[in-house]
Every structure is written in C-alpha cells, then in structure tokens.
Write a protein that binds this ligand. Structure first.
Ligand SMILES: Nc1nc2c(ncn2[C@@H]2O[C@H](COP(=O)(O)OP(=O)(O)OP(=O)(O)O)[C@@H](O)[C@H]2O)c(=O)[nH]1
Ligand SMILES: [Mg+2]
Length: 328
C-alpha cells in the first residue's frame, strides 16, 4: 500500500511558508543524502521555487560515499540548482553555508537589510540540528523522530542574519511508491502511517543486491553476497530474525521485531553507510510514476466524459458500465 503522511501541522506549515516566503532572501532545502531524490519535496519547490536556494544533502556521514558525488553532480547539472553535501553537526562546513547565502543574495546584509534565510525540508532530516550548529547554541529542539519541530521559529544568528526553522513537511500525495518506502525506512514518516514489516521487506528487497556484504557483516548469516541476493526478502527477514533472536515461544519468528531491528540498524548507520537510490534508479521511478499518473488522469477524464454523456441523454448514473471499483 502506498505510504502517505500529511498531518495537520503540515497543512499549517504549508500555509506558514506560503506567507513567510515573500520576506525571505535565500532558501536552504535539506535533503537526506541517503535518499537524495525521494527526499526532495515537490510542494516546497512550488512554494519556494522562485527564491535563490541551496540544496543540502545532509547526513552525508551516514550515506554511501561512492553515491553522494553522483547525486551532487546530478543536482548541480540542473539549471539554477546548487547542491552541497553536509553533516549538520560539523561546524566548519555548515558555516560555509552562510557564505553561500551571501553569494546568493549579495544585496542583503547590515542592520537595515538583514539576511533572511528559510531552512526547510522533510521531517527528521536535520533542519534544527543545522540551525543549532550554525548558531553554536541549542536554540532549536531536535530529536530522532519525525515531527519534532511543530511551529516555525526565528533564530537570530547575528544582528543582520536571521534563520527560520520550519517543521518538517512531506507532500499531500506521494506518487512514487518506492519513495514512500524509502522515506518511511529513513525515519521521515510518522510511525502510525506505515506498516513496519512491509517497509522492512521493501528495504531488504533493495539492500540485498548492492549492500549484501553489509547485511552479512551485521547479521552474520553465513551467506555469500550472491546467496543473499538470491533470497526472497521474506526469507531474508526470517533469517535475520533467527540470527538476532527475534523468536517467539514455540520457535516462530517474530517478524515485527526483526523489521524494527533492521530499520533501527539502518537509521543509526550500524548497518553501514547506505544510500537507498542512485540517480538512474530514481529517474526510472519518476518515469514510471509519470506514466501511471497520465493513465490515471486519462481514465478519470474518460469517466467524467461518460458521466456527462449520461446526464445529457437522461440515462441513470451507475448502470451496467458503472466503474465504482475503478481508481480515481
Ligand atoms: N548522522 C547524522 N545525523 C544527523 C545529522 N543531522 C541531524 N542528525 C540527526 O537527525 C535527527 C533529526 O534531527 P533534527 O535536527 O531534529 O531534524 P529536523 O529536520 O529538525 O526534524 P523535524 O523537526 O522533526 O522535522 C537527530 O537525531 C539528529 O541528531 C547529520 O548530518 N548526520
Ligand atoms: Mg526540527
């Protein structure tokens, strides 16, 4: 089932950013370096796209070092986009962002024209951590859970430099199913909005090919990379459950517990440095999803045209050709 999460505080954030943006000079959008495509927010692009902006691939310390440069090249090749990799807790590189803001809005600075920077991105990506690093104080509340920041907050970095921390935001409909699973696995989606076992299975289905050696190193399955890749994800989760003692009385495996374990290992990077998508994979998912969306819109248009036809001819709605079960 597709994963969706757009709770009430995200509706308020959407409104707050919409109102704030006219007074903003530079937008810093944080992306998760472990899912640099799936963590880019189309709703934020809509709200902030007309302002100078930097994309930060945050948490690069836990992302695959071989893949981050591919993603930086991918973003930097796009017109008007500037992307950099970062570990939000490291002060020196984070402070280079301040220089980047001055370069993007050279007209701003000084008490009369303070620099106004909006920090935004998906939940749990490190926005508040970056703000605390930049301001050298714990001014913004942080935590390893989606939805820690609930209200927009202004932080004064200097008399002529303001930062706005915003609550993490997703978008009302995630049309790429793979992105939904990756967002959930990474910790960007509220716990009640997905099934842990389903997400862990999708995660293992992806990891078992490129990251089989990391799975072996962590779970000591006694299998070669090829043998791990050959397992179905259900078999892999079961093998992990047995190895990690996630077994109930009677010897049945506790797949729920194993699923939680695998996701905790991914999020804490105990599993190693992992990136859940390459630019080529992400582009392929985008193409698939665009085709599905086009099909969906065409079906909807055809249905509406038929409904209109029935109304004009006076035929009752919902006859033999009723499409009640069809996706809308
Ligand atoms: N490894 C690593 N962890 C990070 C980094 N930046 C933030 N974190 C961790 O990610 C978690 C979330 O950080 P926050 O700063 O609260 O994230 P946020 O984007 O403000 O989250 P919301 O307010 O919930 O949207 C915390 O446990 C941080 O310690 C980073 O660059 N690397
Ligand atoms: Mg926050």
């Amino acid at each position: 089932m597709a994963i969706q999460w757009f709770p009430g505080h995200m509706h308020s954030t959407r409104k707050a950013i919409g109102e704030r943006i006219k007074d903003i000079d530079v937008v810093i959008e944080l992306l998760d370096a472990r899912l640099p495509g799936s963590s880019r927010n189309p709703l934020l692009a809509e709200l902030t796209g007309h302002k100078p902006s930097v994309k930060v691939l945050n948490k690069q310390d836990v992302a695959d070092p071989a893949r981050t440069p591919l993603w930086l090249d991918w973003y930097n090749a796009q017109e008007g986009i500037r992307a950099i990799g970062l570990d939000a807790s490291e002060p020196a590189p984070a402070r280079r962002l301040i220089d980047a803001c001055h370069a993007l809005a050279p007209q701003r600075g000084g008490m009369a024209k303070p620099m106004r920077v909006l920090i935004c991105g998906i939940p749990n990506v490190g926005k508040s951590t970056l703000i605390n690093t930049l301001s050298k104080k714990s001014q913004a509340k942080t935590g390893d859970e989606a939805g820690i920041t609930k209200l927009e907050q202004r932080i004064t970095l200097a008399d002529d430099f303001y930062l706005w921390d915003t609550p993490g935001m997703l978008w009302p409909r995630i049309t790429i199913p793979q992105s939904g699973y990756k967002l959930a696995a990474s910790g960007a989606v509220g716990k009640n909005a997905y099934d842990e076992e389903e997400v862990a299975l999708e995660l293992l289905a992806y990891l078992k090919q490129p990251y089989a050696p990391l799975l072996e190193a962590r779970y000591k399955l006694g299998l070669s990379p090829a043998a791990i890749d050959a397992l179905r994800e259900e078999e892999l989760l079961e093998a992990i459950a047995r190895k990690r003692g996630a077994v109930m009385s009677g010897g049945r495996v506790n797949l729920q517990k194993a699923a939680e374990l695998v996701m905790t290992d991914l999020r804490s990077a105990v599993l190693g440095r992992i990136t859940l998508e390459t630019p080529a994979e992400f582009e392929a998912w985008c193409t698939e999803s665009e085709a599905l969306e086009a099909e969906r819109s065409a079906k909807k248009a055809a249905r509406e045209a038929r409904k209109g036809g029935r109304k004009r001819s006076g035929a009752p709605a919902g006859g033999a050709d009723s499409e009640a079960g069809e996706e809308s």
